[in-house]
Design a protein around this ligand. Structure first.
Ligand code: CA
Length: 411
């Protein structure tokens, strides 16, 4: 498949992708897709009767109502958009005036948080990450806790502080207890960390009491984004027992603006981990449920060049999205359209693939040297962190754009 829109071979938004997002430009907010260097105004496509749906579905501030129309509808619209851009005799290809209304250079739009996120859950599903953290904060001989290989561990996060790529936030303050002191102290975190993650978006709501099986899970997943689960390690270490993360995590998270559909990701499915010990029947699954998605993290200090600090892959996940969703709902917990489920830090087996600074600097004992010569154990004020991700298979390539945020000094 080729498009009559030209773009470089390493473009994230190829004809194979057709992601969904929300854009603001010229004082209006509409749903959009992206191809090459353009945002695609879906409201204009709808007004020209080139895609299904009513105009009010596309002239709105979030994707929730669009997603709630269900997969037969949303996959249909995606295929209609793909057809408009692949057929060089399509009504859009033949009309320059229509193209002027529909195609907006991507640098001229302001990406919006694309979802009304009701609930956000963060899993802990990378075995290398969980093993590294266990080695550092507990016992190197028994790094994984007894439950880890039996269920996808998670906590309920905070949806209100999820921001869109390009946002800034202030270094959080909180309690921490320095190891050499008897009493906790209060102040800005001294150990601000990143977590390289991806998140999936719930595409179909369930009722209270209803469970989603692993075989049904994919029909409940609309698509995926890049995700940074910012973490304050010193606050976390002091507060997390016995109920888990709280203020160490709920001050800010960052998501990428374009939701790549599960259908676009189909060609990149790979086999999951061999899970041993075997999991309970409700967590068993068939087929290739993992995804080969290359992931990179860069730090850019103020006024200088960026440094690649991590190169990982989503395929290193031990627990699949299908298992996460089956586990999340096995007790009857309802999910709603627009809910976000994040993967947990995605670390691979090599040190260069560790997805957090806590692992990359091994709890501060091995500082990283950046391209500008400066060193990092944790994130400093005015650092910008950018996550990117893409998939390739033969000459098919799709990408997620970027998930970027800048840290400002504590207020
Ligand atoms: Ca996390």
């Amino acid at each position: 498949m080729k498009s009559w829109i030209s773009y470089p071979s390493d473009c994230d938004f190829s004809i194979h992708n057709i992601p969904f997002g929300v854009i603001a430009f010229n004082n209006q907010i509409v749903l959009a897709s992206a191809i090459g260097g353009y945002a695609v105004n879906l409201y204009e496509l709808c007004m020209s009767e080139l895609i299904e749906g009513s105009p009010d579905l596309y002239k709105t501030h979030t994707l929730n109502s669009f997603i709630a129309k269900g997969k037969p509808f949303t996959t249909g619209v995606r295929l209609q958009i793909q057809q408009l851009f692949s057929d060089n005799q399509s009504p859009l290809a033949l009309s320059e005036s229509l193209q002027k209304r529909v195609l907006i250079p991507i640098e001229k739009v302001k990406m919006q948080l694309p979802l009304d996120i009701g609930d956000y859950t963060d899993f802990y599903s990378s075995i290398d990450h969980a093993t590294n953290i266990g080695k550092m904060i507990r016992d190197p001989q028994n790094a994984l806790l007894p439950n880890w290989k039996h269920l996808p561990v998670a906590y309920h996060g905070r949806a209100s502080s999820i921001g869109i790529s390009g946002h800034t936030f202030h270094r959080p303050k909180g309690q921490r207890k320095p190891p050499d002191q008897d009493q906790p102290v209060f102040g800005p975190t001294k150990a601000l960390d990143i977590e390289l993650e991806m998140a999936f978006v719930i595409g179909k709501s369930t009722d209270m009491g209803q469970s989603i099986s692993t075989s049904e899970a994919n029909s409940y997943i609309f698509g995926m984004t890049l995700f940074n689960d910012w973490s304050a390690r010193d606050i976390q270490t002091w507060e997390y027992m016995p109920l888990g993360p709280f203020l160490a995590k709920n001050f800010a998270s960052t998501m990428s603006p374009w939701i790549v559909t599960l259908e676009a990701l189909e060609p990149f499915r790979v086999k999951g981990y061999d899970q041993n010990p075997p999991v309970l029947p409700y967590l068993q699954y068939t087929g290739n449920q993992n995804l080969d998605i290359e992931l990179q993290v860069r730090i850019t200090p103020q006024n200088t060049i960026s440094s690649l600090i991590c190169h990982s892959n989503y395929k290193f996940m031990y627990w699949t999205m299908a298992q996460q969703l089956a586990h999340h709902t096995v007790n009857g917990c309802p999910v709603r359209v627009g809910d976000l489920m994040a993967s947990g830090t995605i670390s691979g087996p090599e040190p260069s693939s560790f997805g957090s600074l806590m692992e990359l600097s091994w709890k501060g004992t091995k500082p990283l040297t950046l391209q500008d010569g400066s060193q990092r154990t944790y994130i400093e004020d005015f650092d910008t962190v950018t996550i990117t991700g893409f998939c390739t298979s033969g000459d098919v390539r799709i990408g997620f754009g970027s998930c970027m945020a800048k840290v400002l000094p504590a207020l």
